[in-house]
Design a protein around this ligand. Structure first.
Ligand SMILES: *Cc1c(COP(=O)(O)O)cnc(C)c1O
Length: 413
């Protein structure tokens, strides 16, 4: 019996297991792939489990900081041991109410998406007697290799259009309570390969340097974004970035010659690369049905448990693949479906599976990122799956995401 089956026997299914050693390993390999001195922001939305987030801060080697986008994620970061001052607060819809909580808690670094956003942050910081440090999130005009999810070069709710910055700069720098300290780019997720990642970074670095020269963009901190790749709900290893460091250093030397002494400080962001490979989902086979020549394996986990946004690849439906088929001489092809009352509850069509019987367990690999919290957790009112963290083979924590089932009154004014 494998470790997942043993844990499933103890805690039931569906069951997420996160291996914190693998989180630590991914953190080490990302820092090792980057030029020395790079800061890494962990995108908490990838997996807001506090033990997972903690494994990216504590332990040996350089620690991650946290990229958060709600007061809920701020609470997770703090529970996981991050100081509020280690957080970067991002997002295009920050409200006065949440800024008040974030700044009150000590968050000082913000990604700013518009002049209104900057003024809101400034006004709130000022009320708290503080000055917020702001990275301008920039939506560049450049359109690069068509890979992953594109977030620049097009109309977008994210960022400030680069071409509008010259006219906006005087207004942005005049805001009381907030100071522009640099730029934030987040151009793509899950880059197809290392060279498209490098091409994007080069454009971003060149643009940031140009904006500094030409319109006086202050540049104490430059966040060049992310894009580090990892498989999702299919076998495989996270990407390797053997050339990143050797290619990035001369680009930085060229455009930002004082970067080695921390002018500017450099940062990037990652969610899936850091945690995707740490997690798996074990589910039970509830029933097996034949319908007009098709086999349906009905699992106890559906899109309420996994893949509401298919790992933020935004591609529906899910396309689960299984690993560990090597030992089976005979395999079968089946549609893997969940228990929900919607034909949309499909985890994989025509998936190769081992011979299965009712009561068997199957394990979906590489779902440490965009798993339960990116799913339709409250749809159809089933309990959230149990989540177990392990380190060195020992269980560290067992929990279940709490969500409000039923209704509570809301008082108006
Ligand atoms: C979602 C997000 C990330 C993480 O993306 P991954 O593909 O998981 O690495 C990083 N930065 C920002 C601003 C994001 O919105």
């Amino acid at each position: 019996m494998n470790a997942h089956h043993e844990l499933a026997g103890r805690y039931g299914t569906p069951l997420y297991v996160y291996d914190l050693d693998r989180v630590a390993e991914a953190r080490r390999s990302l820092f090792a792939a980057l030029p020395a001195g790079f800061e890494v922001f962990y995108a908490v939305k990838a997996n807001p489990h506090p033990e997972v987030a903690r494994a990216l801060r504590e332990g040996e080697g350089p620690s991650c900081r946290a990229e958060i986008s709600s007061v809920g994620e701020l609470a997770v970061a703090i529970e996981a041991g991050y100081a509020a001052g280690e957080c970067l607060y991002t997002g295009p819809g920050k409200t006065d109410g949440e800024l008040d909580i974030a700044i009150g808690a000590g968050v000082r670094l913000f990604s700013v998406e518009s002049l209104t956003d900057m003024r809101r942050i400034g006004a709130t910081a000022d009320r708290h007697g503080a000055v917020a440090q702001c990275l301008l999130r920039i939506n560049s005009q450049w359109v690069g290799a068509p890979t992953g999810i594109r977030m620049m070069g097009r109309p977008s709710q994210f960022g400030i259009d680069a071409e509008t910055l010259p006219a906006l700069m005087p207004h942005l720098t005049a805001v009381r309570g907030a100071r522009v300290v640099g730029a934030h780019f987040f151009t793509m997720s899950n880059a197809a390969d290392e060279s498209s990642l490098l091409a994007e970074y080069e454009e971003v670095i060149e643009l940031a340097a140009m904006l500094t020269d030409e319109i006086g963009l202050p540049l104490e901190l430059l966040d060049i974004g992310g894009g580090f790749a990892s498989p999702y709900a299919a076998p495989g290893e996270r990407a390797t970035y053997d050339k990143l460091r050797i290619y990035l250093e001369p680009i930085l030397d060229l455009y930002l010659p004082r970067w080695r002494s921390g002018h500017p400080r450099l940062a990037c962001e990652s969610g899936r690369y850091l945690v995707g490979g740490s997690g798996s989902l074990t589910c039970g086979v509830v029933n097996i049905k034949e319908s007009r020549g098709n086999r349906y394996v009905i699992l106890d986990a559906g899109i309420n448990v996994i893949g509401g946004l298919s790992g933020l690849g935004r591609l529906m439906p899910m396309a689960v693949e299984l690993e560990g088929l090597a030992g089976h001489e005979v395999t079968d092809v089946a549609n893997l479906v969940g228990p929900l009352c919607t034909p949309g509850d499909l985890l994989g069509r025509g998936v190769t599976v081992p011979p299965l019987e009712i009561g068997d367990l199957i394990t979906v690999p590489n779902v440490g990122a965009y798993g339960v919290s990116a799913s339709l957790v409250s749809f159809l009112g089933r309990p959230a799956p149990a989540e177990v963290t392990v380190r060195g083979g020992d269980v560290v924590s067992v929990s279940r995401l709490a969500y409000q089932r039923g209704f509570e009154p809301v008082s108006g004014s």
